[in-house]
Design a protein around this ligand. Sequence first.
Ligand SMILES: *Cc1c(COP(=O)(O)O)cnc(C)c1O
Length: 362
Amino acid sequence: MSERMYNFSAGPAVLPVSVLKKAQEELLCLPGCGASILEISHRSKQFGEILAQTKQNVRDLLGVPENYKILFLQGGALTQFALIPMNIIRNRDVSADYIVTGNWSKKSASEAKTQGKINVIFDNKEEGYVRKPKDEELHTTPGAAYCYYCANETIEGIQFPREPKVDLPLVCDASSEIFSRPVDIEKYGILYACAQKNAGPAGVTLLIMRDDFVEMSGDDLPSMLSYKKLAEKDSMLNTPPTFGIYIMKLVTDWLKEEGGLQKMYERNLEKAKLLYDVIDASNGFYHVHGQKEYRSFMNVSFRLPTEELDKKFQADAKEYNLTSLGGHRSVGGERASIYNAMPREGVVALRDFMIDFMKKNA
Ligand SMILES: *Cc1c(COP(=O)(O)O)cnc(C)c1O
């Protein structure tokens, strides 16, 4: 098979075709460089420019003020689950509050427990992670360093319609929704995201961190685990993930060309509505995991009446040029990840297939 299909993978996930083409064009020789991005020093002038431009793009798109650092780290989002409490609460005799609304925030809280005192101020496992908390359900702990949450639970397909209102700086795992909508950065101590969902390839994780949070990290940490030391060296304490940063530059260039995050947000809502409208009109043939007002516009997680139909759905979808629609192994069913780079035509193709499949199988 050599044709591209509409790829609904949750991550690593679809990238804009124009970004892939540009990377392909420049892969043998980065203009003015005489070599590939894969072959040049991270200390070279050319890479320095790529790093600076990527940071500037992130600043422009998200409106990041000067008192925030932008870091590009390795180890994926999961490493940050531990590094955040390691840097911010360990040894400072402070605690942090955690909001648990699904698999990723649950995992994050359990990693954090290895580093310090945390209070889980909300956990709706009993309900099956079908919603986010209402503000009045959140009671923060006096003196806590931050309130942690996951903006979009990629597995369950539930999303905060807006950030929680609490009296603490927010720390947010935005891995599966970064750049999908505008964000009020000043509410955050740390906002971070692995790149491979909505911002680039696997191997680089973006962290946006307020200066006072950078300063909190203890001096006793190994350099590569210390936010302070990583920030002092502008993510270049050792060789950074150069190719990942380069692709993130191309993705953020593309986002700017496409009109920025408000534009993306409007497009994303419209794309998600195409699918949810079919689901809502299906008389329960398609069943969504999350409650209506918390349904994700990035990961549409649903199931069919039987597991046999789930299997048939995924097999038949391939004939329509639609791929990677299987749900996460922990929840089963289907999941259509419709990140920024998924074109509207891809979502329309999936919608038409869903209507067709229901006619034949309901
Ligand atoms: C994918 C994902 C992660 C895990 O990312 P890794 O880079 O594989 O560690 C964490 N949080 C969320 C919300 C995700 O979607």
